[in-house]
Design a protein around this ligand. Structure first.
Ligand code: PMP
Ligand code: GLN
Length: 400
């Protein structure tokens, strides 16, 4: 096969996604959930709820199947879901969108991210600025696109970027500044200074801002502020979100992208050749979800805040140093007070020591930066209260 110069890194092997024997390297989530299953430990690793989402949304999917909404949806998504996304953005953030041109339905935020990065990146001369630690698919998609990932560190315990480091990471080579706010894996919510600086730098260097807002309704001390609502930001910002976290339906894999029509068109051009369209009966159901009451959306945040507090109390009792999450599913701890020197090894032993699974933060960073996060572990609070209480009890047992 002819080698395309400069494009080698756009292969699975070039992107570092294959083991030397050619097998696919499993994601850290798959690996740690398998560890939980094989040891019977409580899974506070992979972020998925252990309860179903709102009944009205579940019923709407069943009704959609019964009503015969079982063939391909339109490429952009069913018009009613596009309208529901636009109404949601107006209702919560005051963002005006033309649903027929400025919204696109995707197969979860994961496909939205992949299609966006593949659509916007030209190749090896482009750079994508990413806050580290970062969600695992960012690095994989950036590598597959052939671009260079430029990390900006988020530091324990508040996980905000240093503004000078941010400013020096963004240059004229920066094609995209990829923001995840609220942030996985750290649970941080960016300060207004950080958001303002991102917009200022994007303007100065003519970069596009892509915001992954899948935890938008999980800000504990709200409201959530999308970067697109800042002055002069909307015309260069694509927002990505999904139904997974807001409605506790991570297996439905229904997401969306919204923003300027030309950018959304570029994402759609790629998306149609990744999956063509997503699962039809989920779309009317997610539209029902997006139109639920304000009280529902407020309860999503307040219930998760209470769970994060419960988890935090248990983690402190176990002897960890515990950060204070401002949103998302996640709480990060420093396991050094428990004698850990390597979070990865610590997490692999934790099922045997305590019957609980967590995820080492080193799984979310560039290999060269593992030392900065060497003893930090992420725990997910999106589990039933009884499960969190049991986990807290088990972890406290380690300190006794
Ligand atoms: N981005 C972040 C930050 C996430 O935590 C997740 C996780 N589930 C995703 C994207 C993917 O979302 P989806 O399941 O909708 O593809
Ligand atoms: N977003 C979830 C987490 O961070 C997992 C998603 C996945 O397994 N890809 O735990």
């Amino acid at each position: 096969m002819q080698q395309i110069p400069g494009a080698w890194q756009r292969t699975a092997r070039g992107a570092g996604l294959l083991a030397p024997d050619g097998s696919a390297i499993p994601t850290i989530f798959a690996e740690m959930s398998a560890l939980a299953a094989s040891t019977g430990a409580l899974n506070l690793g992979q972020g998925f709820p252990d309860e179903d989402g709102p009944q009205a949304v579940l019923d709407a999917a069943r009704e959609a199947i019964a009503a015969g909404i079982n063939q391909y949806a339109p490429g952009r998504g069913f018009p009613d879901l596009l309208a529901a996304v636009a109404q949601h953005q107006k209702r919560f953030y005051g963002i005006d969108l033309d649903p027929g041109r400025e919204v696109l339905v995707t197969v979860g935020a994961t496909e939205a991210l992949a299609a966006t990065l593949l659509a916007l990146i030209d190749g090896p001369d482009d750079e994508v600025v990413v806050f580290e630690p970062y969600y695992d698919s960012y690095a994989a998609c950036i590598a597959l696109s052939g671009a260079k990932l430029v990390p900006v560190p988020l530091r324990w315990p508040d996980f905000q970027p240093d503004l000078d480091q941010l400013a020096s990471a963004v240059t004229d080579r920066t094609r995209v500044i990829l923001v995840n706010d609220p942030h996985n894996p750290t649970g941080s919510v960016f300060s207004s200074e950080v958001r303002d600086e991102i917009v200022r730098l994007a303007h100065r260097h003519d970069a596009i801002i892509v915001t992954d807002e899948v935890y938008e309704h999980l800000v504990f001390d709200g409201p959530h502020v999308p970067i697109a609502t800042l002055p002069d930001a909307a015309d260069r910002t694509l927002i990505i979100s999904s139904a997974g976290k807001t409605f506790s339906l991570t297996g439905w894999k229904t997401g969306w992208v919204s923003g300027p029509a030309e950018l959304v068109s570029a994402v759609m051009a790629v998306k149609q050749f990744l999956t063509y369209v997503g699962g039809s009966p989920f779309q009317p159901a997610v539209a029902v979800g997006l139109r639920l009451s304000d009280a529902f959306f407020a309860s999503v945040a307040s219930e998760m805040a209470a769970k994060a507090r419960l988890l935090g109390t248990g983690l402190r009792a176990a002897g960890f140093d515990v950060s204070s999450p401002a949103g998302s599913y996640f709480t990060v701890v420093d396991a050094a007070p428990l004698g850990a020197t390597d979070a990865d090894a610590f997490c692999r032993e934790l099922p045997a020591r305590a019957g609980v699974v967590g995820i080492p933060l080193t799984a979310f960073v560039t290999p060269a930066h593992r030392d900065r996060y060497a003893t930090l572990v992420r725990f997910a609070a999106c589990k039933r209260v009884e499960v969190l209480a049991d986990a807290a009890e088990r972890l406290a047992g380690m300190a006794r």
